[in-house]
Design a protein around this ligand. Structure first.
Ligand code: ZN
Length: 254
């Protein structure tokens, strides 16, 4: 019995490294350091690439004219390239009626279905031009509405790196891989993703991340692994439900 629980825990414990805001203009110094670190520990992160960035906050960072070559190289190494919005411009605002009830600025929320479909299609065409396969997505600021999900499915994207929960879960024919914390936190049980914003890192932040990787690299998983073990299961659904309710309750007091 003890061994069974131990095996379950080993199989269902892991962390996916999700990096946000990967685009031509970004903190390339820390990106290069992270790449060396990932290679050293054979980690295959998931990179949220903005295909047509127009966000003025991000345009302030140093530009790399060989950006798409770098993306191609990462993809060839087996890193997961994910689409992170289309232009990362916050033209919309959610009144907390988005699918996770977060509220806040959005690139997609509230736009009609065909406008969202057009955005997703034009973003994807950038990757197609470079022969980079895209099967997953996460939206700027975690904000989605029903039309976003419909437009993604229409384009055969069925994996979303966002949501509440200790385990990946299926909802509306989509696989959601939860993203719970803004910091690198490793939970003793469950499978989630981090959220790394290296554009806002100081020197100390890379050191902290390096130490985190040294301690936990054996428990870092890639997207293929998560897909292989994720299946709709009543215990997981219940656990996710409890986490979702607890977090929503906690947010009421913030
Ligand atoms: Zn972003």
């Amino acid at each position: 019995m003890f061994n069974l629980i131990k095996n379950m825990k080993t199989k269902y414990t892991g962390l996916l490294i999700r990096m946000d805001d990967i685009t031509e203009c970004m903190n390339w110094e820390d990106m290069d350091k992270c790449e060396k670190l990932f290679d050293k520990y054979q980690i295959k992160p998931l990179l949220g690439v903005i295909p047509m960035n127009r966000d003025p906050e991000l345009l302030k960072f140093p530009k790399n004219v060989n950006f798409w070559q770098r993306v191609t190289d990462w993809s060839n190494k087996g890193w997961e390239i994910t689409m992170h919005g289309c232009n990362h411009l916050y033209t919309q605002k959610s009144d907390k009626k988005d699918i996770f009830n977060y509220g806040g600025n959005s690139e997609f929320y509230g736009l009609d279905y065909f406008s969202q479909l057009e955005k997703i299609k034009s973003g994807l065409s950038q990757f197609k031009d470079k022969n980079i396969n895209i099967r997953s997505f996460f939206a700027p600021n975690h904000i989605y509405d029903e039309n976003t999900l419909k437009a993604l499915k229409e384009n055969d994207i069925k994996i979303i790196i966002d949501g509440y929960g200790l385990f990946p879960f299926y909802k509306r024919d989509l696989l959601f891989i939860p993203q719970l914390f803004y910091k690198e936190i490793f939970l003793p049980f469950g499978i989630q993703s981090t959220q790394l914003h290296i554009n806002y890192w100081s020197n100390k932040d890379f050191e902290k991340f390096e130490n985190f990787i040294k301690r936990h690299h054996k428990k870092i998983v890639n997207l293929n692994y998560i897909i292989s073990i994720a299946s709709p299961n009543s215990i997981q659904t219940i656990t996710n439900y409890i986490v979702e309710k607890t977090l929503k309750f906690a947010r009421m007091f913030k």
